[in-house]
Design a protein around this ligand. Structure first.
Ligand code: ATP
Length: 381
């Protein structure tokens, strides 16, 4: 097991005359035994970051250390890491047992019966003991993924690097493997960096998540911190489904004035804004309440669309009943599945002040977030 330290890591690629900055000055410390999920949209630099840690890509500038040893110039096979790819990358002509033992045979002097014992043990741990003599082509996608994991585990590395390892599996199997991987990582205690673009994996699997955009690190924190206390609008919009609602507003006295509504804020929120007046109000769909009576922070709205999801409904609300639904400001709300509202209904939507986020419109920086403690207190944690 090991710590992992990325210190101002940058990677540029040359594309003709153009220089592409794939990873831009990323600094990250990953604790011994930690499960860190690196997440972000396509092209944000996730895979390049992982490949630099793996030694499959050179580092343009910055320092990479594994257990306090600088490894920038250490070859991939000498870094004591094991990588699991989306494509599984199994050798098709080898049996499962051979696929799992190959790395050990190449990199250690262990006797054959010791290697066999380790492969059998790992096979048992992953529930694939009965598949050890099969070829990869005779396995399902989920089984192949287990073999790829087994091949990494059997090497007992200092660090696991995983690049979208579950994305070729169907939704149900992916959910199962998510839990299993977490359990395995927990039992083995191996420092793990896990790359995904899937926010469910990010929210559920990692001790912490690192969010990248355009090669730049946006935030590194626990999933709940990133969700409730995002550093900026990008993080706020990336996490959460449906996404956070955003409205351009201007601070006028003690009110946030938007195109179609006004929202009063108390002194503590005002002081967080630090005199910035061009703002963006952020409201999570689950923070919106449908109430019987109007009042402060409540708005009369018209239901445009209802998407029933079973346990809950996603409801698209408009502030102005006569507005063009294509262009009108929409407030998306997540409400209880038993709450029967229909298209065209007039409903009162309340947005509690303790649940709002406010961003600097020019920079995207979060100036005011809902407090995690308050959010937890409300559900009596
Ligand atoms: P995805 O989720 O789509 O795999 P990613 O976040 O893993 O994306 P990277 O593959 O790390 O992103 O790519 C980051 C940026 O670097 C992209 O703009 C990509 O086009 C560029 N890039 C990656 N590899 C190369 C290369 N070998 N040559 C030139 N540009 C590259």
């Amino acid at each position: 097991m090991a710590t992992l330290e990325l210190d101002s890591i940058t990677k540029t690629f040359q594309d003709g005359d153009e220089e592409i900055v794939a990873v831009d000055d990323v600094s990250l410390s990953i604790d011994d035994g930690e499960f860190l999920v690196v997440v972000g949209p396509s092209g944000c630099g996730k895979s390049t970051t992982l490949r630099m840690v793996a030694g499959l890509e050179t580092i343009t500038s910055g320092t990479l250390s594994i257990d306090n040893r600088v490894v920038n110039d250490v070859k991939s096979q000498d870094r004591d890491i094991a990588m699991v790819f989306q494509s599984y990358a199994l050798y098709p002509h080898m049996s499962v047992r051979q696929n799992m033992s190959f790395g050990l045979e190449e990199s250690t002097d262990l006797p054959d019966d010791e290697i066999n014992r380790m492969v059998s043990e790992t096979g048992e741990m992953l529930g694939i003991s009965n598949l050890l003599d099969r070829k990869p082509s005779d396995l399902s996608g989920g089984q192949q993924q287990r073999v790829a994991l087994g091949r990494a585990i059997v090497r007992d590395p200092e660090v696991f690097l995983m690049d979208e390892p579950l994305s070729n599996l169907d939704a149900k199997l992916r959910a199962e493997m998510r839990t299993e991987l977490q359990r395995l990582q927990n039992d083995l205690g191996v420092t793990t960096v896990y790359v995904t673009h899937d926010q469910t994996e990010a929210m559920t699997m990692g001790d912490r998540i690192a969010i990248l955009d355009g090669g730049e690190l946006q935030q590194v924190a626990t999933p709940l911190e990133c969700y409730h206390e995002p550093t900026n609008q990008f993080v706020a919009s990336f996490l959460g489904e449906p996404s956070m609602n955003f409205f351009d507003v201007t601070l006028e006295g003690d009110r946030l004035v938007g195109e179609v509504f006004e929202y009063s804020i108390d002194e503590s929120v005002q002081s967080d804004l630090g005199g910035v007046t061009d703002l963006r109000l952020g409201i999570r769909p689950e923070a919106v309440e449908l109430v019987d009576e109007g009042g402060e922070h409540a708005f009369e709205t018209t239901v445009d669309v209802v998407e029933p999801m079973g346990d809950e409904n996603t409801v698209y609300l408009h502030f102005d009943p006569d507005a063009d639904p294509e262009t009108a400001a929409t407030l998306v709300a997540t409400i209880d599945g038993f709450n029967r509202v229909s298209e065209g209904d007039t409903v009162t939507a309340r947005v509690p002040e303790d649940a709002i986020h406010v961003f600097d419109r020019a920079t995207g920086e979060a100036l005011h977030n809902r407090s995690m403690e308050d959010a937890a207190a409300q559900i009596d944690l």
